[in-house]
Design a protein around this ligand. Structure first.
Ligand code: SAM
Length: 273
């Protein structure tokens, strides 16, 4: 009975993604005010700063970085691509994988110009913003593939997608809570992706706090499991991660632009036991 309920919840969740619109999603979340590089309290610069710091700590190292549920975005691997020689992008939806391929192939088909993001991360790295073309080339060089993923499967990627030892590091942003019907599905998904990570490898997890829905396009209302900081910490512990650091960002009023009801964002750095 319980299993049937879980399956129904996951099927309903998958159905809510059928009309996901990458262009609209990028517009809602990755343009000002949420991505205002002139403002210190804008959410995108906050996320980029968390990722920059974490990827530059000595304990985060190895060869292979896997981004879980990339969506149509690349910001989350702009720091990691300088540390890991292989970066794998993944998403459940073909429309999002197609958006990522447009960027990778530089074919002019992208729905967002990532140049300000590249420039901003160059600045964080102490490089001139004009070096952003070098950074873009570096990222294109290290991305090895863009693969389908389903975090609700005990084996989220195709069988031979990863080396047998697993990835050295996972990054995942706004994926698990926005594809899970409830807290137990979120926690299970954390366990499933943990299976892709080598013991001692790191998980860099960014997600929404207190969010019950977001729009993935006009009239595409996607349910989200509203999380608290304590629940994130508890779920990580339950699935065999040691939490190293949790940082929280509270959304300023003018960053609430009617595309979701998020109240805050967490960044967690954790290590697989
Ligand atoms: N990572 C991006 C970001 O930071 O903006 C996208 C996050 S978006 C809120 C959630 C993503 O999860 C979408 O790209 C969606 O296609 C993907 N997704 C939906 N169902 C999924 C599943 N079962 N497994 C993995 N990813 C899924």
């Amino acid at each position: 009975m319980e299993r049937k309920g879980t399956e129904t919840g996951l099927a309903a969740m998958a159905a809510s993604y059928e009309k996901f619109d990458p262009a609209a999603y990028l517009q809602y979340n990755y343009t000002p005010p949420r991505a205002d590089f002139e403002r210190k309290d804008s959410v995108v610069p906050w996320k980029l700063a968390c990722l920059h710091r974490a990827f530059n700590e000595a304990d985060v190292s190895g060869e292979l970085l896997v981004d879980i549920g990339s969506g149509p975005t690349i910001y989350q691997v702009l720091s990691g691509c300088e540390v890991f020689s292989k970066v794998l992008l993944t998403d459940f939806l073909e429309v999002n994988r197609q958006e990522l391929r447009h960027w990778l192939q530089d074919d002019g088909g992208c729905n967002l110009d990532w140049t300000p993001y590249l420039q901003h991360v160059c600045k964080l790295e102490g490089r001139r913003p004009s070096e952003c073309a070098v950074k873009a080339a570096k990222l294109r060089q290290v991305i090895t593939d863009i693969l389908p993923i389903d975090v609700h499967q005990s084996q989220p990627l195709a069988k031979d997608a990863l080396p047998s030892g697993g990835a050295d590091c996972l990054v995942s942003c706004f994926c698990l809570e926005s594809v899970s019907p409830d807290l137990s599905a979120f926690t299970r998904a954390l366990g499933n992706i943990g299976g892709l990570l080598r013991p001692g490898g790191h998980l860099l997890l960014i997600g929404a706090l207190g969010e019950s829905y977001y729009f993935g396009g006009p009239d595409v209302r996607i349910p989200v499991v509203p999380l608290t900081e304590a629940q994130v910490c508890e779920s990580l512990k339950e699935k065999g991660y040691t939490l190293i650091r949790l940082e929280v960002y509270t959304l300023p009023e003018d960053m609430k632009v009617g595309v979701d009801d998020v109240t805050g964002v967490f960044f967690a750095k954790a290590r697989k036991n």
